[in-house]
Design a protein around this ligand. Structure first.
Ligand code: BDR
Ligand code: CA
Length: 310
């Protein structure tokens, strides 16, 4: 089994990524670490704990991480994820609390003490950058970092930038310059993972609590995506990063150099992807650009359907 840590900001699609990571037989989820992003740290942490309660995930520690981006003001995504960060379905009262250890310390401890850990980041990179800065020795211990973030072309929070990178561009710059083996799952990939009415119907017809919860999440997410972006179906970004790790054949990838824009007037937070190698710099990331959507949905729905078959 591949050991992973999920660093996230739930968030509708983060919640689904968590459910996939905790249940897929190819993965062993060592910890969930939370970060401010879609909502405040308090809210994203509570949401992670609620999702664990709902899905009976009891043996995975949840640790609270960084409450603010490294240097900028936080700009939450209430327009997409609502005031709670997970609006839509009724959320259970968490049956447990976050562990006392800080997420950054937990990431460092786990990577130091465990071989071949992969970190999967589906929120802003504040925790990851903080861990690398505090303990650079984890870089040679980590097997890899899979992250949902960035775009080769158009952004979503500005014309140039994707939300996770824009929220904390300085953190992203630290991570991309660190030498850590990065697999970047950008919007080009995640915008192919659309939760169409047919997908919702497949989830609903399973008649089980966890897939029904996911269905309710996607109904809310679909409504905000329609309102804000005019999408006819919402893209489930974050599970794509988990799925790319589970089955690398799901995502076409190219190695390239990616720079993070930290100063641009219109382009702050852009992931500048040197697709043609014109800068002549060494590649620092494997960037996904295509998704086998039917097989992605098979994997995700099959895993969600297995909840309840204890
Ligand atoms: C990313 O931003 C967040 O709103 C989602 O959870 C996802 O991680 C997509 O740009
Ligand atoms: Ca997210």
């Amino acid at each position: 089994k591949q050991k992973i840590i999920l660093d996230c900001d739930p968030g509708h699609d983060d919640a689904i990524a968590l459910l996939l990571a905790a249940r897929h037989p190819g993965l062993e989820l060592l910890a969930v670490t939370t970060v401010a992003g879609n909502q405040t740290l308090e809210k994203t942490t509570r949401n992670a704990l609620s999702v664990c309660t709902l899905a009976h995930i009891r043996d995975v520690p949840v640790a609270r991480g960084m409450a603010q981006p490294l240097v900028r003001e936080a700009r939450y995504a209430s327009d997409i994820h609502g005031e709670s960060g997970l609006d839509g379905p009724a959320l259970p009262q968490p049956e447990r609390e976050a562990v006392p250890e800080h997420a950054v310390d937990l990431i460092i401890d786990l990577v130091r003490s465990t071989d071949d850990v992969v970190l999967v980041a589906t929120g802003p990179l504040t925790n990851v950058a903080s861990a690398i800065t505090r303990e650079p020795a984890i870089l040679s211990r980590l097997k890899g970092l899979y992250l949902m973030g960035g775009a080769i072309g158009l952004g979503n929070v500005t014309p140039a930038a994707e939300f996770n990178i824009y929220f904390d561009p300085e953190a992203a710059a630290i991570v991309f310059n660190s030498g850590c083996p990065i697999t970047m799952i950008p919007l080009e990939v995640t915008h192919q993972a659309l939760a169409t009415p047919a997908i919702l119907e497949r989830l609903r017809s399973l008649g089980r609590p966890v897939p029904s919860f996911v269905c309710q999440l996607l109904e809310f997410f679909g409504a905000t995506y329609r309102q804000v972006f005019g999408f006819t179906a919402p893209p489930v970004h974050d599970p794509c990063a988990v799925a790319a790790l589970i089955d690398p054949t799901l995502v076409n990838q190219h190695s390239m150099y990616v720079a993070i824009e930290t100063r641009g007037e219109y382009t702050l937070g852009r992931t500048v992807c040197d697709v043609y190698g014109v800068l002549g710099r060494r590649a620092n990331a494997c960037v996904g650009y295509g998704l086998d959507a039917p097989r992605f949905w098979e994997l995700l729905i099959e895993t969600l359907a297995s909840y309840g078959e204890e």
